[in-house]
Design a protein around this ligand. Structure first.
Ligand SMILES: NC(=O)c1ccc[n+]([C@@H]2O[C@H](COP(=O)([O-])OP(=O)(O)OC[C@H]3O[C@@H](n4cnc5c(N)ncnc54)[C@H](OP(=O)(O)O)[C@@H]3O)[C@@H](O)[C@H]2O)c1
Length: 240
């Protein structure tokens, strides 16, 4: 199996939260996070794709819309579908059973247009694949009933030529890739904010049966002070 260099890149509060807080320091950290990884004029990550969990995409991009599927669509060809093989950036959407209600084949985020790749399992329906084909959205299959995480990375290399990717969240996707030893680096843009909410999303969230609670340690690669009291931390994962 091949794999690209994988960085989990995220912006957090001091208390490890990843959801928005209505504070100028949050907005500054969010901007700097996007500039480091995506902005064509400022980025330094040199990634070709960024992976996002289904809930992150529904929260930020598709807003829980139902996909406009045709249940009577003719059978689509078996296997993967590549609508665009040479985009400069891909939004890799982890959507195992095919739920997301896309309306177009790209997202605009971080001052960048990215072609969407839907990552499905065999659980996704023919009607959903037909829906993606009609929108010109690339998709590939990774796993029968559950997501084959290694195969996802392998196909990003072999089908789309990716050498470096970023996992952009949320906490569930981050932890499942981290726990399974696929992550080369963790990059945290930490804003000087906190809210003490015990129930809010954090950077890493174990979720049975996808992943479990397990202690993992890290070694510091670099630490830099950014604008507005934001700190950028980079760690190597000790089990990778
Ligand atoms: N500050 C930041 O940098 C940042 C970045 C990203 C996200 N966020 C926030 O984080 C929140 C969402 O995080 P989340 O942890 O709830 O969800 P998530 O990681 O975005 O998505 C989880 C979903 O993705 C699919 N999935 C992910 N990994 C899988 C695996 N290994 N096997 C099978 N399916 C897998 C499943 O979809 P199904 O349920 O369809 O099976 C799962 O329920 C959002 O509110 C978002 O705004 C913040």
């Amino acid at each position: 199996m091949q794999k690209p260099y994988v960085t989990i890149h995220t912006h957090t509060s001091l208390d490890g939260k990843i959801n928005a807080m209505d504070l100028p320091e949050f907005r500054s950290a969010s901007r700097q996070y996007q500039e480091l990884s995506l902005d064509p004029d400022k980025q330094i990550f040199n990634i070709q794709g960024f992976l996002n969990g289904r809930i992150t995409t529904d929260d930020n991009m598709t807003h829980y819309r139902k996909p406009e599927v045709n249940e009577n669509a003719p059978l689509v060809p078996e296997g993967d579908f590549i609508a665009e093989g040479d985009a400069s950036m891909y939004y890799v959407s982890i959507d195992p059973s095919g739920k997301l209600g896309w309306q177009q084949n790209y997202v605009t985020y971080g001052n960048r247009e990215s072609h969407i790749i839907e990552v499905l399992t065999e659980q996704a329906s023919n009607a959903y694949k037909d829906f993606l084909r009609r929108l010109g959205i690339s998709y590939f299959i990774a796993g029968e009933e559950t997501l084959d995480k290694a195969l996802v990375l392998h196909k990003l290399v072999t089908l789309f030529g990716m050498e470096r990717v970023m996992i952009g969240g949320g906490g569930t996707l981050n932890w499942t890739y981290l726990q399974n030893g696929f992550v080369d680096e963790v990059s945290i843009v930490m804003a000087p904010i906190a809210d003490g909410d015990p129930d809010m999303q954090t950077l890493f969230m174990a979720r049975e049966p996808i992943s479990t609670i397990q202690p993992i340690s890290f070694s510091l690669l670099d630490v830099r002070q950014l604008e507005d009291s934001t700190v950028w931390l980079r760690y190597k994962v000790n089990n990778s």
